[in-house]
Design a protein around this ligand. Structure first.
Ligand code: DAT
Ligand code: MG
Length: 158
């Protein structure tokens, strides 16, 4: 078991609903990991297309890019043992209707196109690729209270 980093992001729809702190609280409770970076930003179309490049041939790709660029997101890096898979478990299935009780997408997702949170998948190299896209500065330091930091950043952004 080695320490990993994963990229997680609260998507624009959930950000707009004011769900950021509630989701970060669930990450704190479920991941047993450190949050080492957090920022609020609005993805450009270029960034969104690079982020979701593997899905560019899917019929839902235009809608996906539209929704990911529709507003602010809370991007985060979490670090810990096996954190990529732990975050996928905490998120739940891609479609909130299929997600297990107690998962983030079950609680905060509305439908497959509005599923509240992104997390790197467990394929080798996936998290590293996304971290380079979203956090090229790679300035990672433990955030003592991720919920408080989230509240501070989100209040300042709106
Ligand atoms: P995940 O976000 O669980 O890793 P994914 O990488 O397969 O899922 O897809 C990325 C996003 O694309 C997903 O969060 C929501 C959207 N998406 C996936 N499948 C979809 C579908 N069949 N219809 C509409 N949107 C879809
Ligand atoms: Mg994915």
């Amino acid at each position: 078991m080695t320490t990993q980093n994963t990229f997680l992001a609260i998507k624009p729809d959930a950000f707009k609903r004011g769900d950021t702190a509630g989701i970060v609280k669930m990450l704190v409770e479920k991941l047993d990991a450190k949050c080492v970076a957090m920022k609020v930003y609005k993805p450009t179309e270029e960034l969104a297309k690079e982020h979701y490049a593997a899905l560019s041939e899917k019929p839902f790709f235009p809608d996906l890019i539209q929704s990911f660029t529709a507003g602010l997101i809370l991007g985060m890096v979490w670090q810990g043992e096996d954190v990529v898979a732990k975050a996928r478990d905490a998120m739940g299935a891609t479609d909130p209707e299929a997600a297990d009780e107690g998962t983030i997408r079950k609680k905060f997702g509305k439908h497959i196109g509005d599923n509240a949170i992104h997390g790197s998948d467990t394929e080798p190299g996936s998290a590293e690729r996304e971290l380079k896209i979203h956090f090229p500065e790679a300035d990672f330091t433990e955030i003592a209270d991720p919920v408080a930091k989230c509240t501070e950043l989100c209040q300042a952004a709106v």
